[in-house]
Design a protein around this ligand. Structure first.
Ligand code: ZN
Length: 460
């Protein structure tokens, strides 16, 4: 395998609760009719000036920088990045990257990968080259760009890391995942490590594909004795390949100048401290802590920490029920119900309280696991008080063997053939009989005890 160095530039839409664009008050709205959320600023009408940058977007980008372990610059300057394209009526994009910029955060590190810089910029409009139409709804949306050092050694490593990055960004609701992420990547191979950039990658999957493609393409060329030259390529989404775009000599000159219409954003220490105070524990750190504090399996902790809401639910439930059960239920049962119903946790009645109640009642042998699973499914539809619901509906586990025995006798007498099967050595016949008792009791009989009782009664 050829040795590679690979870096990423990841772009995503910054999530802001006020749903306003970066330099004007136009609404950020998905799937809106084209050109309905526009104003003179985001369409760059002559004479229009930007408003001060959306404070929430600035705070979010600082939060991202802090989560990535970056040093936060105290004086942030927007630059004008000039280029001519139909999506850019002003002829320049406002960005914190570029020749004279001071990015929001620099010199960070996340899970072993160096972070070169984190900055904010505005999105251009959407131009459709087929119809020639331009939709300015997108113009001026706040974007985050995260640039890594060329520390990745394989496409697979980049894939794993990106997943963790997305989880982390999700913890602080930093980006709009539905709006998708875009990326550029650079890949270089031994022995010269001349950097080849790949632009226009429009999905998570394609990032990995582009790196894989470039790795094998460059390795092949090097093995044929060719010398790799520094150049830029574009990713062709449909074909899954990269194509030549421009050589180093043709590199674009964006003629960066500081944006004269915007004062520098001064980041006070107080502001950094108050943002820091609100940051959640980083997912990778949380995962390690859950394993050591609650003695749960690493695989369970990994799945639980993939979503902050699940992790918080687990921790609360693990204080009222056994951590082992809480982990198993969050990882398997809660996720099963959410996947099946395609609902978000907050749209269901499943929360730390209801889950803790279910688990505690199972552990106290007040209800069977089967009843608890059914109730969890019901909770996905609507919220209710678990303890009250159980007593109202009479769902408590049958206590005492006498009541279970009655049902066992009924099942045995109704299924003579199955009983014979069991006597002639078919173990699965027993499971069938236990299942029948569970059905008759609506899951309220303890399955283990039921099995013992039936076994005793029909021992061959
Ligand atoms: Zn606007």
């Amino acid at each position: 395998m050829t040795e590679i160095k690979c870096g990423l530039e990841i772009h995503g839409y910054i999530h802001v609760d006020n749903k306003a664009k970066l330099f004007c008050n136009c609404k950020i709205e998905e799937n809106a009719e084209p050109n309905t959320n526009i104003c003179p600023i985001c369409t760059a009408m002559p004479g229009s000036k930007p408003m001060l940058p959306n404070k929430q977007a600035v705070e979010k980008i600082i939060a991202i920088g802090l989560m990535l372990g970056c040093k936060i610059n105290k004086r942030l300057l927007f630059q004008r990045k000039h280029y001519s394209w139909p999506d850019l009526p002003s002829g320049f994009q406002r960005t914190m990257s570029g020749s004279y910029a001071s990015p929001v955060g620099v010199k960070g590190s996340f899970l072993g990968i160096g972070i070169t810089e984190v900055h904010i910029e505005e999105d251009p409009a959407r131009w459709d080259p087929v119809t020639g139409k331009v939709d300015y709804n997108r113009s001026g949306l706040p974007l985050v760009e995260i640039v890594t050092d060329p520390d990745f050694k394989s496409a697979d490593q980049a894939r794993q890391w990106l997943k963790s990055l997305i989880t982390m960004l999700d913890y602080i609701k930093a980006i709009d995942k539905n709006a998708g992420i875009k990326a550029d990547t650079n890949v270089s191979v031994a022995p010269d490590f001349n950097r080849v950039e790949v632009k226009n990658i429009n999905s998570f999957k394609s990032i990995v594909k582009a790196i894989e493609y470039e790795t094998s393409r460059q390795s092949q060329e090097v093995s044929e004795g060719k010398k790799m030259q520094q150049h830029t390529r574009a990713f062709d989404e449909k074909k899954g390949i990269t194509v030549f775009m421009r050589s180093k000599e043709q590199a674009e000159d964006y003629m960066f100048i500081p944006e004269p219409d915007l004062p520098a954003v001064i980041v006070e220490d107080d502001m950094i401290e108050s943002i820091k105070a609100k940051l959640p524990e980083r997912p990778d750190i949380k995962m390690k802590r859950l394993v050591s504090d609650y003695k749960i399996k690493k695989e369970d902790a990994f799945v639980i920490c993939s979503d902050l809401r699940l992790a918080e639910m687990f921790e609360k439930a693990a204080k009222k029920a056994s951590p082992e059960n809480a982990a198993r239920w969050v990882r398997f049962e809660v996720l099963r119900v959410l996947n099946y119903t395609k609902k978000e946790l907050e749209d269901t009645g499943i929360n730390a309280e209801t889950l803790s109640d279910l688990l505690a009642l199972v552990e106290q042998k007040k209800i069977t696991e089967k009843t608890a699973k059914k109730l969890l499914e019901d909770l996905s539809e609507k919220h209710f008080d678990v303890r009250k619901h159980i007593s109202d509906q009479g769902l408590e586990m049958m206590s005492g063997d006498d009541s279970i025995e009655k049902f066992c006798d009924q099942v045995i007498s109704e299924n003579p053939k199955v009983v014979d099967d069991f006597k002639s050595g078919k173990q699965e016949a027993l499971n069938f009989l236990v299942g029948q008792v569970m059905r008759l009791t609506r899951g309220k009989a303890h399955p283990g005890r039921t099995k013992e009782i039936i076994q005793k009664k029909i021992k061959p």
